[in-house]
Design a binder for this molecule. Structure first.
Ligand SMILES: *Cc1c(COP(=O)(O)O)cnc(C)c1O
Length: 404
């Protein structure tokens, strides 16, 4: 079992007061808080080894390059990628998905199909719509049911030789549903389609094994897993990354440049044009070390307890409905109270120091499905406590009284 008080002491922001009340941070789905080791590592980089990477023969440049490549290796090990050069540093999930969608513009033809799911974040919808507009391919949607689960029989029917790529999140940010991605990956491969997994909401809770999953691409952000903002990873199978054209042109991604013809660098540099977020990449490695020290089994145990407790306590409130009812769920509770706009509750409980997300959570199609303007989403991390959930429940009750 985790010593939660000891863990909480690692996160200085958890001692802050908001609107005069102790902060209760339940917006982990939007971004996680950062432990002191991560905050310190950012300063340490700039204080001790700041230099541009891959360019200089001078000592600092080599130290920075080494640290950056060590971080890449940590990510490789963490997600069990076969090669370090299959791990691309990006600015986040959004960038990674756009990189792949852009690359597929050179592959797709009119009549080809792209499959997305009804549960996606906008950043895993819009790039594919743009791709389809550009290429004349058709976007198809894997539907969901009332519980927030994707309907696998419909998925099976949608798949065909026309399907060139399937894209689905590992875990839904709006509802917390864990999708059956292993099944989906195997089925996509049966028809010869590639598959991208949006792992933004998975990596804060579990350690993905990209080789066991056998996915073609896996994208995630650093800032939702205790790392700095502006960091992310795109994993891609070597064969796919070799097949896709570069995303951005610039320094660092070339082998040779003349005005007649430019040849591109080897992986991973082909996809890493320009000076990257060097400090961010290195410190993402620190964040991954930190999470592994806490231990993903411990993280899951704590978070599932919080989920069960929050679900039970919130359902005590009259007129409260939880969206996303699946046995396969992570620590997210998305809810509404009959007759009250989610925004009004969010505003009142903010005055009481509680940070939750209200709105469509960048997943408007899900809200349209339920015919609601949005939800109140409380997303828990391993550093949250049952006492904090009690504070939330009391605050929501108070808001309900004020608003009805
Ligand atoms: C947060 C999130 C994204 C976008 O991540 P960025 O860090 O904003 O690029 C994409 N998909 C899901 C499921 C997310 O939760």
């Amino acid at each position: 079992m985790l010593d939660i008080q000891k863990i909480r002491a690692d996160f200085p922001i958890l001692n802050e007061k908001v609107n005069g009340k102790p902060l209760v941070y339940f917006d982990n789905g939007a971004t996680s808080q950062k432990p002191q080791v991560v905050i310190d590592a950012i300063a340490k980089y700039y204080q001790e080894i700041n230099a541009n990477i891959h360019r200089g023969v001078h000592t600092l440049s080599q130290l920075a390059t080494d640290a950056y490549e060590i971080a890449r290796g940590k990510v490789q090990h963490h997600i069990n990628a076969k090669h370090a050069h299959e791990v691309l540093f990006t600015s986040g999930t959004t960038f990674g998905i756009n990189l792949v969608a852009n690359g597929f513009a050179s592959i797709l033809k009119p009549g080809d199909e792209v499959l997305v799911s009804a549960l996606e974040h906008h950043s895993n919808i819009v790039p594919w719509q743009m791709l389809c507009e550009k290429t004349g391919a058709t976007l198809k949607v894997i539907p969901m049911d009332e519980n927030g689960e994707l309907i696998m029989s419909q998925y099976d029917k949608l798949l065909s030789v026309k399907t060139k790529i399937v894209t689905v999140n590992h875990i839904s940010n709006a509802l917390g549903i864990i999708n059956p991605i292993k099944y989906m990956i195997d089925k996509a491969h049966e028809v010869g389609a590639a598959i991208l997994i949006d792992g933004a909401q998975a990596v804060p809770h579990l350690k993905p094994d990209v080789q066991a999953l056998d996915c073609d691409f896996y994208a995630f952000s650093g800032h939702k897993m205790c790392g700095p903002t502006g960091t992310g990873i795109l994993y891609g199978k070597e064969a796919w990354l070799n097949k896709l054209p570069p995303y951005q042109g610039g320094g660092e991604m070339i082998k040779e440049v003349t005005f007649e013809k430019t040849t591109y660098a080897e992986l991973p540099h082909k996809f890493e044009a320009g000076t990257p977020n060097i400090a961010g990449g290195i410190v993402l490695g620190t964040a991954i070390d930190y999470m592994n020290e806490v231990g993903f089994e411990n993280i899951q145990q704590q978070e599932l307890e919080l989920l069960a407790y929050a679900t039970k306590r919130l359902l005590e409130i009259e007129g409260l409905r939880i969206y996303g009812n699946s046995a396969a769920k992570t620590s997210v509770v998305s809810f509404n109270i009959e007759g009250i706009h989610p925004y009004d509750i969010g505003t009142i409980i903010d005055k009481l120091g509680i940070a939750v997300r209200t709105g469509h959570h960048c997943a408007q199609p899900i809200m349209n499905f339920y015919e609601i303007p949005g939800t109140i989403r409380a997303s828990f991390s391993f550093y949250n406590t049952k006492e904090e959930i009690d504070v939330l429940v009391e605050a929501v009750k108070k808001a309900q009284l004020m608003l009805s």
